[in-house]
Design a protein around this ligand. Structure first.
Ligand code: URA
Length: 226
């Protein structure tokens, strides 16, 4: 967890505790979301954190019955320190409403806690995390699951599905299905809302309806808690 000096080569080996030992130490300390924020702010178990503004952990009620997991924070999330507050977040909020799920009843997070990007001029363009980076971040996500203890989760896209299920899951072939995790929790597979924003404009409405229909499969889980 030793911070790499700015400008040092990404992925260069650092002195100090091994990543596994550092991760084990960090795991012991996570008893609240404040602990998680502080620990992820310091985290340099992969190179992404060095270049982000801050870590972005999950948000929502700690007693939420449904935990939605995206890929990683985007530009707006990195600046505001909150998940799903940019364009993909607005679309997700709309789809949840359409699905009959109150946005403020669910906990929303990401597989990776820092924004990975490349600079094009002044613009920060989203770059997908590598499998190694997502794997390095997994214990933070598991800490969140342990804090929230949701009976069910939603994987928004392939990165989240792999992190939650420990294997590659073809999203289009499995969307709308509940798959079990090793801990017995069920994971609903669906697409990432950003994929809707990237699709052809004429297909967006249909893609939105299908996304909201996937999310609606989790409605009863949320309502059982009321
Ligand atoms: N995309 C994600 O996967 N997560 C966010 O928080 C924002 C965009």
């Amino acid at each position: 967890m030793t911070a790499r000096p700015r400008g040092a080569a990404a992925g260069a080996r650092q002195p100090g505790p091994t990543a596994d030992a550092a991760a084990a130490l960090a795991r012991d300390r996570i008893a609240s979301l404040d602990d998680l924020k502080a620990a992820t702010m310091r985290c340099r178990e992969c190179p992404i954190g060095e270049f982000a503004t801050q870590s972005v952990i999950g948000a929502g009620p700690l007693k939420a019955r449904l935990l939605l997991v995206g890929e990683q924070p985007g530009d707006q999330e990195d600046l505001q320190g909150l998940p799903f507050v940019g364009p993909a977040g607005r679309l997700l909020a709309r789809a949840l409403e359409q699905a009959g799920i109150a946005r403020d009843a669910v906990f929303v997070s990401n597989a990776v806690k820092h924004f990975k990007y490349e600079l094009r001029g002044k613009r920060r363009i989203h770059k997908s995390p590598t499998q190694r980076e997502a794997a390095a971040c997994l214990h933070w996500l598991e800490d969140e699951i342990a804090l929230v203890q949701p009976p069910a989760l939603v994987a928004l896209g392939a990165v989240a599905a792999r992190s939650l299920l420990g294997r590659a899951v073809p999203v289009l072939a499995n969307r709308g299905r509940w798959l079990p995790r090793a801990d017995g929790r069920q994971v609903l597979i669906t697409v990432h809302p950003s994929s809707l924003l990237r699709g052809p404009p004429e297909a967006r409405e249909q893609a939105f309806v299908a996304f909201a229909a996937d999310l609606a499969l989790a409605r009863t889980v949320v309502r059982q808690g009321r």
